[in-house]
Design a protein around this ligand. Sequence first.
Ligand SMILES: *Cc1c(COP(=O)(O)O)cnc(C)c1O
Length: 822
Amino acid sequence: MGKHNEGQDLKSSLMNHLWYTNCKDMYSATPRDKYTATVFAVRDFIAKKWIETQQAYYEVDAKRVYYLSLEFLLGRLLHNYILNLRLDAEFRAASDVLAIPYDELIELEWDAGLGNGGLGRLAACFLDSMASMSYPGYGYGIRYEYGIFFQKIVDGHQIETPDNWLRYGNAWEFPRPEVLYMVHFHGKVNSIMDRNKKLRMEWADTDSVMAMAYDYPILGYDNNTVNTLRLWSAKSTRDFDFQYFNSGDYVRAVEDKSTSESISKVLYPNDQSLAGKELRLKQQYFFVSATLKDILRRYCKEHKKFNAFPKKVAIQLNDTHPAIAIPELMRLLVDDNDLEWDTAWEVTTKTFSYTNHTILPEALETWSEEIMWHLLPRHLQIIREIDRRFQIQVSFRFPDDPQRKHRLAILSRNGRDVVNMARLAIVGSHTVNGVSELHSDIIKDVVFKDFHEMWPKKFQNVTNGVTPRRWILEANPGLSQLIMEAIGDQWLKNLELLHDLEPFATDTQFQQRFLDIKYQNKIKLRDFVKKTFNLSLDPEIMLDCQVKRFHEYKRQLLNILHAITLYNRLITGQVDPDMVPRTILFAGKSAPGYFICKLIIKLIHSVAAIIHAHPLAREKLQLIFVPNYSVTEAQTIIPAAELSEQVSTAGYEASGTGNMKFALNGALTIGTLDGANIEIREEVGPENFFLFGLQAEEIAALRATYNPMQYLDNNEELTLIMHQLSTGYFSPENKDLFQPIVNVFLGEGDKYFVLADYKDYIQQQETVSETYKDKQLWAKMAILNVARCGKFSSDRAIQTYAEKIWDVQSITARKGGSFDIT
Ligand SMILES: *Cc1c(COP(=O)(O)O)cnc(C)c1O
């Protein structure tokens, strides 16, 4: 099926799938049946490309990249894939036959939320870029039965409900019941003498569970590449064990099944912090073990020996979550494939590379030796051996510095015996990268300084990026159309071409069209929040957005302090009559156990209610909270935003990718010199960025002597706010409700320097408002943000990984069975 005579073909394809795949006619079909029929029609365009892509990789024996991630925050796929196929117009026209508007059809899809936030969305953008640039890339992860929870708001409080996303099946997935691996846990390690009188370790008496593959097609943009995302689901071995069923205890056999299958049941909802639960380590090992077995199987089809392994396989660890892959590959090579330790270690360290995503201490993974010994005894032995050899290496390199080896130890023995997964990942990888210039510098100079001194060349930077296909073309069709009219459509494949828009920044006609599109996007957002949450949003006024996971370091509190400041000024008449009105929009989930962040969400709702109740305030200021922030919500909110809040404490946000999505959609940023904000400001020019706040080095220097009380002494507005919070001004029915927030500021030392940055932030917000009064100036600045943010395409990031870290080439299948390697 091709693009020729698409009209009728496509209509009959849709009807055929409705009838013969779903077994429904137009009378019995539900809207969801029509949606799945459309997915099946799209799959028909994908299947052949998918097979041919995989054949091409196989025939040229391509070096593959394996992106191992515990999270893939994909969002919806249907419209994205139709756009990638460039069949938008055709499907829009053909969907008539289903008697449902195309725009309603695509909204029937469940947002695939197998991730928490930035890290999971990055993995999804990277899959898109690998496919769009024809790199032989595979995503590997877990097919969670429950994705990130739904956030409901009840009386201003976050309530979590389960995301049972597979309830109606999933038309995108291809179950592969034949791709099945046994994964072992527990048991003990025996040393045995083998037939050749060689001592070897045998991991015995284990419990086991099966990992079954489900494949998802990852479709490139406007090319013939379809890559694979392979997600593992846990299946009880009992299903495969007839003996057990015949042993008589049939009911127990079926009961046991559910315990082992719980491994892939649910995504852990903590972003940037750990629960430290044994089940999480089980998840990690489960998916890593199945993945490595699958990688070895693919490699061994073509190769007899392992010396070429690093030439054919690159494995990227998305944070330390899959770092247990390092001892697992050692185990597979040494115990199962008879390699000598040194040979296996060379293969391993030439294969792995590791991306660090955070330096927050509460997010750096450690596992107690006790848990690891219980769950993975052989791996703990291997880690001990890796550590022992590494310690010798350190002593050899720094003979006069005996303390150093303790600072670098993978197994730390001070107090609690733990395995430090970041150190394991660094020692076992050839390259370690941070995700923005600043973050990579902090890794080298502070967090992993000793490692950097040991191996300076191991450390690199790859600044994150986002895919322009989803985040501009799909999310913002109006802006995409405007850009195409001005500079054509090649920017979707080479985002640096957006620079060609620069001359239009001062073109008044272009400015007006740009502003009109922003206004239309605000209308769409207004309609969306009205329909979905019964919230009101005024499209006529400035839209100021902070949408991201809730975390104290991201400082949603600073933003609320601004809202309260404006409120206090408004009700006491301390503002210009021509003050620029604004809507401050928040969205984001808090980790279910993160008490302060949940209270911050409640505070936002309480402040919103107080503002709304006051006629002098509500005229100029609206506060709204959009529930259940996810990829779909992001795609609706970001194109409508005019101001992007990127206000993390300097030194804490590794990169941010939300910041990039906003800038590319023509929002101006108010932000600190943190993460990729620094590079965004460099690209767009300081005159097109609202900077405030202390710098990372100043924060570090201030920490020792910081006294938040001092910032109240000479600031009446801040003093008033603290008083309002502690006396129940915003919570008349429960006066102590927000006392814990006051304690964060004044009792617990304001760990994230909110009060220190308050004054500068408020001042910079005033500059924002002044600038907004000049519509043309604002439009010019916003257009320049779009034109100068081409660097933040995930294509650029992936190209950097491919050239500097993975050493892989792109491969394109050509019609007629020959392949191009470029
Ligand atoms: C981009 C994105 C994020 C990351 O946002 P940051 O502002 O970088 O933290 C989180 N969640 C969703 C749904 C996203 O699309």
